[in-house]
Design a protein around this ligand. Sequence first.
Ligand code: GAR
Length: 202
Amino acid sequence: MKIAVFVSGNGSNLQALIEASGRGELGDGAVISMVVCDKPGAFALERAGKAGIRTFVAEPAGEETREEYDRKILAVLREEKIGLVVLAGFMRILSEGFVKEYGGRMINIHPSLLPAFRGTGGIKEAFDYGVKVTGVTVHFVENELDAGPVIMQEPVRVEETDTMESLEEKIHRQEHRMYPEAVRLFVEGRIRLEGRKVEIIK
Ligand code: GAR
């Protein structure tokens, strides 16, 4: 199965996926075929380059609509016959048309226990709120932001000694364990979606 990873920034989750792929841990036949990025200077692009993965950089142009932008990306995904879209810190909302085409074949990782702390500040908002437990969610992508069916969720405890930085580190470590595992389950056809409920087939 051909996988496209979408990124906007650092790309540490991309790196975890690349390394898992190198160890053969993304499932039989899984290959990260391309990295799609909306930010030309993103460090994630360097990581992709080092791993020899094709990159497609699509910087949104001012006059372009969201649908036009997404159609450009969809054309490349179709041409590459991408079977799974993995959003890994991709900080753009995708249009309805995009979600329709890749519905059930597109996953996202979010640094909180959804539906708490949606949006772009998942770690900081949880830290500032003073929660004792936060965590990581992997979910299917639907039209509403950070609201698709949950595939996996793992808690991360917030200790009194934690700082924003140490919490961030703990969350990222958890993400890097979970995301390759979620991709493998998808590749092995072990994720069954029934309405909002996800069953993981043993
Ligand atoms: C990750 O923590 C991911 O959960 C978050 O962006 C970070 C990207 O880090 N995504 C969201 O907040 C989506 N709403 P990375 O570029 O190092 O993988």
